[in-house]
Design a protein around this ligand. Structure first.
Ligand code: PLP
Length: 355
């Protein structure tokens, strides 16, 4: 019997656990567009509480949570400031331009993590030639920044400056709970620097669907209207919210296992000729790896690993990403690390010939 493939492509590939499915089956339901779903209401209250905000809104995806945040904080013609590799800029189909008529002004930052010095001179003067600079957008942990945690001092400095300059701040916290577990700093302590925060239940937390946006009661009231506009008002959504509640209650602390497993993979890549960690030491559950051309291309390495039962993503010509999550055990990580450590260029070439 060959073993089932170890899927390290993303932390979105998790399947609901039996306990999570039971919670979904047993959820009390109602029509959430009428505000009648007690399970959605409970999730929204729980999320707001965790993030230290007045209110939260359950939405189908992290992309929608971010798009709603951009919509409520800006008016058409405004500009937001973000890292050039931020999810909102790279992976949301240009949504802020299409939904909100907003331009994104990007900065290299520290591999995508913005620092005050990157943006402190970026505010446009009040002049008919310019857009209005309105919103600062951070991401924590930063996906394309190697899954790194955005340093708290840097966030606090940006917040101080943004307040003085009447800018709003949004946190794309799709993986905020990974930052919480990696640092021991509570979610509300991160969130207090931002006007709104989005979090994903369907990444490492292991729910099948769903994200949330949290902020002031007034912001979330407006967010609810934008959610409807985007077609994101869901009816008996408690069946999904129950999975998210289960995830918040049972799957946060265990992210530490994902981080430990990511280090096992990172060590294997670091020890194997032809690979290097693209963005330095691994802090959470993402391992971004640069593939030396002597080893072949990223796509070729990924194709070879697939034949060995280990699935990764090629996310650039010479870049691959491994991602640990709820459905990757320590034993899986060790097995995958063993396969990685055995890779030699001849193997990659051999596979490439048959593809
Ligand atoms: C995955 C992700 C999102 C979007 O979430 P979806 O649910 O896939 O739309 C937003 N931001 C970051 C940093 C992400 O990794």
């Amino acid at each position: 019997m060959s073993r089932p493939p170890i899927d390290l492509r993303s932390d979105t590939v998790t399947k609901p656990t039996p306990a999570m499915k039971r919670a979904m089956m047993e959820a009390e339901l109602g029509d959430d567009v009428y505000g009648d779903d007690p399970t959605v209401n409970a999730l929204e209250a729980m999320t707001a509480d965790r993030l230290g905000k007045e209110a939260a809104l359950f939405v189908p995806s992290g992309t929608m949570a971010n798009q709603i945040a951009a919509a409520i904080h800006t008016r058409p013609g405004d500009e937001l400031l973000c890292g050039e590799t931020s999810h909102v800029y790279v992976w949301e189909a240009g949504g802020v331009a299409r939904h909100s008529g907003v331009t994104a002004r990007t900065f290299a930052g520290d591999a995508g993590l913005l620092r005050l010095e990157d943006i402190e001179h970026a505010i446009r003067p009040d002049d008919i030639h310019y857009t209005r600079t309105r919103l600062v957008w951070l991401e924590n942990t930063h996906n394309r920044g190697g899954g790194r945690v955005h340093p708290m001092e840097s966030i606090a400095a940006i917040r101080h400056w943004s307040r003085e300059n009447q800018l709003l701040m949004h946190l794309d916290g799709a993986r905020l709970m990974n930052a919480v577990v990696a640092t021991g700093t509570a979610a509300a302590d991160w969130a207090r620097h931002f006007d709104t925060v989005s979090i994903c239940f369907s990444k490492g937390l292991g729910a099948p669907v769903g994200s949330a946006l949290a902020g002031s009661a007034e912001m979330i009231r407006r967010a609810r209207a934008v959610r409807k506009l985007l077609g994101g008002g869901m009816r008996q959504a408690g069946i999904l919210a129950a999975a998210a509640i289960h995830a918040l209650e049972h799957h946060v602390d265990r992210l530490a296992e994902d981080h430990a497993n990511a280090k096992i993979l990172a060590d294997a890549f670091r020890a194997t000729e032809g690979f290097s960690l693209e963005l330095g030491p691994v802090e959470t559950n993402l391992v971004w790896v640069a593939v030396d051309p002597s080893m072949g291309t990223a796509a070729e390495v990924v194709a070879y690993l697939k034949t060995r039962g280990v699935r990764l993503s090629a996310l650039g010509g010479q870049v691959i990403r491994a991602c640990t999550h709820l459905d990757v055990s320590r034993e899986d990580a060790e097995y995958a690390a063993g396969v990685i450590r055995q890779i030699e260029p001849a193997m990659i070439t051999a596979v490439t010939l048959v593809y």
